[in-house]
Design a protein around this ligand. Sequence first.
Ligand SMILES: NC(=O)c1ccc[n+]([C@@H]2O[C@H](COP(=O)([O-])OP(=O)(O)OC[C@H]3O[C@@H](n4cnc5c(N)ncnc54)[C@H](O)[C@@H]3O)[C@@H](O)[C@H]2O)c1
Length: 367
Amino acid sequence: MAKPSQKLNVAMIGAGFMGRAHSNAFLQAGHFFDIPYELKLKVVCARNREATEHFAAKWGWEEAQTDWQSVVARKDIDLVDICTPNHTHAAVAMAAAQAGKMVLCEKPLAMNYAEARRMAEAARNVRTLVWFNYRCVPAIALAKQLVEQGKVGQPYHYRATYLQSWGGDPKVADAWRFRPSEAGSGAMGDLLSHSLDLALLLNGPITELASTLKTFIPRREVDDAVLLLARFANGSIGTFEATRFATGCLNRNCFEIHGSKGAIRFNLEDMNRLEVFDCGDAAEIQGSHNVIVTGAEHPYARHFWPPGHTLGYEHTFITTLVDFLACLAKDEKFHPNFDDAAEVQKLLDAVDASAKDRSWTNVTSIA
Ligand SMILES: NC(=O)c1ccc[n+]([C@@H]2O[C@H](COP(=O)([O-])OP(=O)(O)OC[C@H]3O[C@@H](n4cnc5c(N)ncnc54)[C@H](O)[C@@H]3O)[C@@H](O)[C@H]2O)c1
């Protein structure tokens, strides 16, 4: 196990959208939190040499490389962070784990459940993290605390929508996200995976589901939208909708839980706020409380700015990384890890099976 104050040499594979988000987290974590390690941004690796050198200079990586196999095999690397397209995750992660590195990987972890299980097994003896970063939004971490404190009571309904609108944009028509061989799926792996991870965190296992997929663009081979009905092990029922065709919505990742004692509601487009309804309030003041989750008593927030000085998207990667490093220092298991992300992948396989069969799928039938 790495000891506090030890240097951790980081290699990051991929230097696109997530490469920027992760670089920022590696750089900023120690500015806001007392992290137990010194992170060295050793090498960034992506396909185009010139672009990668430019990226390395801009974000403070010591080296730029283009061959991930040689990077993950290097003796001077402690931690490999993967932010490449989905079809590459398994090969990079398994090689890195085999070389004894800690492995951080973007979501969806794999192309399917079988691949996710192989990855989790290959990484059994190393530390893993999957970037389901929304778990570490302060308002969502507060939602988790409220659920655990019983403020919602017996849950009845879980309702999640993840709405984006760029699916018809011709400028992105040839992106890897639309190629089944590289993305695996469309809105399902991209957006629904986040919603399912949060549902598992906040409301527990899903036992059975029924889904439908829709592709709006002719000849496109991945889903543009997915809908599902779900039964949870705790007796509640849920609905999920994830789409890249929700005109007017940019990154509207929402959930609501309604229970016997109260309700909570979250919308990522207003990510500093959690709506909380408490059935125990006196009748004359009953209504949703708008909690601005930036106070010293809230998760993570006191490490950043004074109350009311809001946080953004990039902070969710910082807080995820900080949690991982804290677990590493304490020799505790971090969540979400490869096993947790494999459970999400199992649900995605169940969604796919249900949509194909046009029937309910029992999640335990997925192997
Ligand atoms: N956590 C989140 O909210 C979130 C958000 C966006 C994307 N993602 C995930 O992050 C991953 C990357 O997405 P992105 O938006 O950053 O993609 P992107 O297209 O912006 O960047 C991909 C990067 O991977 C590099 N790459 C591709 N193949 C490679 C190879 N064989 N070797 C080395 N580098 C290679 C490319 O050069 C590029 O730098 C995907 O798995 C995606 O699902 C997660």
